[in-house]
Write a protein that binds this ligand. Structure first.
Ligand code: NAD
Length: 485
């Protein structure tokens, strides 16, 4: 088994660096609660070193051809795929997510991003705009400079890859701060980028909690911040960035609707609901946690769902047959337990789950509440755990209005065999990422992100390029320049 202990707490200017004067941050294996490694939060000196390294490395990186930058990113993607098992084991020990998942959804997703944006790097061009009389304008697509990436704990390696790949493809340098709950994956990404030939200082990782994040985003040398995290943190970070007119991308939380009409393929809809509530033990921002089921199929849906949940394999996440792991931390488990208690108190019907199994670690059963109504706390607030709320509905108009009645707008899904209705409903959803007869797909080729309080900007796809570069316009007059006097 791979040793999860990192060489040091931070990765700056092409090397691991340590400063044990920083606040200790334990790395806890969520399946046992045991400390398996320890890192130290970045001191102000480390933060300064990382930003200085990024600032001095960025111009030469931007001056390289897109072809050369892209080749390095694609080489890093290949190394990640070769080392996928080791990286997945580390991700599992860091997050508690089953190895069955991390082998296919984490490091490989970072590799996809590096391959995709590596491929795009050589095609990032401006345009030529004819203006008549031989005059014209052209545009130059330029990097922003030093970008800061700040991650959440649910997909630490994927998030680091999704931010690093487009940023670096555009010619920026990055300082990335992982969540203090999951500190390991981004360090490995930095190590691999160096091995792939990335010049020192172009991608740096500093560990630490919110204070380190705040120190990074307030530094005047930083041009942009891309945050994946909760809505309250997003509002804080975007507010600080706005004060300095810095660019932002905000990938925040959600309470997304999943609408199941009575003509849907029942097993397929149940699969969608399981994927959208229990994959990664429910710790996914885009989860469809408000499952609206049309009244005629309510009991059939709940019956089939309960049968399928009985087949869950909860256990040691490093065992590849396990398909349901623990929560990431004691703190997150406490939050979920509080919401389960709240659901019972507000008279939602507990269909299955809600209890903790008799074992170490931060485990809780996959939980389904039915007869949930729009006003209940569990139907309004993001839980970020394996708690599905099933709500009843009668008509399309009614369900669309209720699906949209939330401050969030990250994702939304619909299951029906009536494709005209599916497209109509999706057109009406106030959400950035929608699914028809599917849930939670996140291929790098398609944009991902939210509207309303769920975020600003998009990750993945060509859209991400717009958020890591800016356009300079150049007007060219081919004849004499005239003035009124
Ligand atoms: P969080 O908001 O507590 O923390 C996110 C990150 O922000 C952490 O790295 C944290 O250290 C940092 N941070 C906290 N305060 C800061 C400050 N003042 N300045 C700068 N940085 C600061 O979120 P979390 O608990 O780590 O993650 C769970 C949340 O993330 C959920 O709400 C979930 O929906 C959301 N999420 C969103 C996406 C998405 O793509 N939309 C993906 C994953 C998770």
């Amino acid at each position: 088994m791979t040793d999860p202990k990192p060489t040091a707490s931070h990765y700056v200017n092409g090397n691991y660096v340590e400063d044990t004067r920083g606040e200790p941050i334990p790395v806890i294996y969520p399946a046992t609660g045991a400390e398996i490694a320890r890192v130290y939060a970045a001191t102000p000196a480390i933060v300064d070193q990382a930003i200085s390294a990024a600032k001095s490395a960025q111009p030469a990186w931007a001056a390289m051809s897109g072809m050369d930058r892209g080749r390095i990113l694609r080489r890093a993607a290949d190394i990640i795929r070769e080392r996928n098992r080791e990286l997945s084991e580390i991700e599992t020990m860091d997050t508690g997510k089953p190895l069955q998942e991390t082998l296919v959804a984490d490091a490989v997703s970072a590799a996809d991003a590096l391959e995709y944006f590596g491929g795009l790097a050589a095609s990032l061009t401006g345009e030529h705009i004819p203006l008549g009389d031989g005059n014209f304008a052209y545009t130059i697509r330029q990097p922003l400079g030093v970008c800061v990436g700040i991650g959440a704990w649910n997909y630490p390696t994927q998030i680091a890859g999704w931010k690093a790949a487009p940023a670096l493809a555009c010619g920026n340098a990055m300082v990335f701060k992982p969540s203090e709950t999951t500190t390991l994956g981004a360090l490995k990404l930095a190590e691999i980028l160096t091995e792939a030939g990335l010049p020192d200082g172009v991608f740096n990782v500093v560990n630490g909690a919110g204070a380190v994040g705040a120190a990074l985003i307030t530094d005047p040398r930083v041009a942009k911040v891309s945050l994946t995290g909760s809505v309250p943190t997003g509002k804080k970070v975007a507010g600080i960035a706005a004060g300095e007119m810095k660019h932002v991308t905000m990938e925040l939380g959600g309470k997304s609707p999943l609408v199941i009409f009575d003509d849907a393929d029942l097993d397929s809809a149940v699969s969608g609901a399981i994927l959208g509530n229990f994959y990664s033990t429910g710790q996914i921002c885009s989860n469809g946690t408000r499952v609206f089921v049309q009244k005629g199929i309510k009991e059939a849906f709940l019956g089939r769902l309960t049968e399928r949940i009985a087949d869950v394999v909860m256990g040691d996440p490093l065992d590849e047959t396990t398909n349901f792991g623990p929560m990431v931390s004691q703190a997150q488990l406490d939050i979920v337990q509080r919401y389960v208690a709240k659901g019972k108190e507000e008279a939602a019907r507990l269909v299955t789950g809600g209890a903790r199994p008799d074992r170490d670690g931060f485990f809780i059963e996959p939980t389904v509440f039915a007869d949930v109504t729009d006003g209940m706390t569990i139907a309004r607030e993001e839980i970020f755990g394996p708690v599905m709320c099933v709500l009843d509905f009668d008509t399309e108009d009614e369900v669309l209005a209720r699906a949209n009645a939330t401050e969030y707008g990250l994702a939304a899904g619909v299951f029906t065999r009536d494709f005209a209705r599916a497209h109509r409903v999706v057109a009406g959803f106030e959400a950035g990422t929608c699914y028809i007869n599917s849930y939670n797909d996140a291929p790098v080729e398609a944009p991902f992100g939210g509207v309303k309080a769920s975020g600003v900007g998009r990750e993945n796809s060509k859209e991400a390029i717009n958020h890591y570069s800016e356009v300079k316009s150049v007007f060219v007059r081919m004849n004499a320049c005239e003035a009124p006097f």
